[in-house]
Design a protein around this ligand. Structure first.
Ligand code: OAD
Length: 246
């Protein structure tokens, strides 16, 4: 941990790369592993464009349930620690696969959302986009402009990532000298390419996760632990290093 804190504090261009595990301590279930969402639900029945055209009400029930969970949860100490590291100038951006918006709620400013945002809605007919702050009341929600069907503004299986977000993430990973990977299994592509892109460019890779991940082989540091415990301690230690270096 000391070594990790020193390396992070001495980096010039660090980024964080996060997944569902960082929100697990907020009470939002992850996708894979014991208790993961995909153990109870089939992705192809819920998170695909085909599923939505087949049964928008079913898909929306699931997304509203997740909106409700996220709404009542709020950020945890891991989200706040990353926001603090950004304020200190240590982390330049957070690239996340999460759609919950909890990084922004915790105060992170530069957040690249690879898989969209559950609070963004998009009309499938006219393309109108709106942002909601609370779980949707009506299911399925209708477009305030044209009355068409609104879909969640998230990326589903079989859909490409938003080009601008992906390009920004690749640029950040390519120029990073340190990647702090938190709470992601590394099972979903192309997002899972980012730590390897950074590593090839010479970055150090640190993984914070209680379980095994696809990034363990390229990791220079691996801290086995819960994000909400490890990240606040890491932020404290980084601050100590910065103070002692003045
Ligand atoms: P996964 O569910 O695949 O992985 C969650 C990771 O978090 C695992 O490695 C767990 O060990 C770890 N974890 C669990 N509890 C933790 C804790 N308290 N602190 C830190 N880590 C913890 O989630 P993702 O890798 O984010 O995509 O999944 C990637 C994508 O798959 C998601 O963005 C979503 C999903 O299908 C789409 O919806 C397109």
């Amino acid at each position: 941990m000391e070594e990790l804190a020193r390396a992070l504090a001495n980096s010039k261009n660090a980024i964080a790369f996060t997944g569902a595990g960082i929100s697990a301590d907020s009470g939002v279930p992850t996708f894979r592993g014991p208790g993961g969402l995909w153990e109870r639900y089939k992705p192809e029945e819920l998170a695909t464009p085909e599923a939505f055209s087949r049964n928008p009400v079913l898909v929306w029930r699931w997304y509203r349930w997740r909106q409700e969970l996220i709404y009542s949860a709020g950020p945890n100490p891991a989200h706040y620690a990353l926001a603090e590291l950004e304020r200190l100038g240590v982390i330049k951006a957070v690239v996340t696969q999460n759609v919950d918006g909890l990084h922004q709620k915790a105060g992170s400013r530069r957040v690249v959302e690879l898989h969209g945002n559950i609070w963004h809605l998009r009309c499938v007919d006219c393309g109108n986009e709106i942002v909601v702050e609370k779980p949707v009341a009506e299911i399925p929600p209708r477009c305030p402009r044209c009355g068409g069907l609104m879909r969640p503004g998230v990326v589903w299986f079989g859909e490409p990532l938003h080009r601008a977000s992906w390009e920004e993430a690749v640029a950040l990973a390519s120029s990073a000298d340190f990647v702090l990977v938190v709470g992601t299994s590394g099972a979903v592509y192309p997002a899972a390419l980012l730590p390897t892109i950074a590593k090839r460019g010479g970055a150090l890779v640190a993984v914070v996760d209680p379980g095994k991940t696809a990034f363990d082989d390229i990791a220079d540091f691996k801290i086995r632990g819960r994000a909400a415990e490890v990240l606040p301690e890491l932020a404290r230690k980084v601050k100590d290093v910065l103070r002692s270096d003045i």
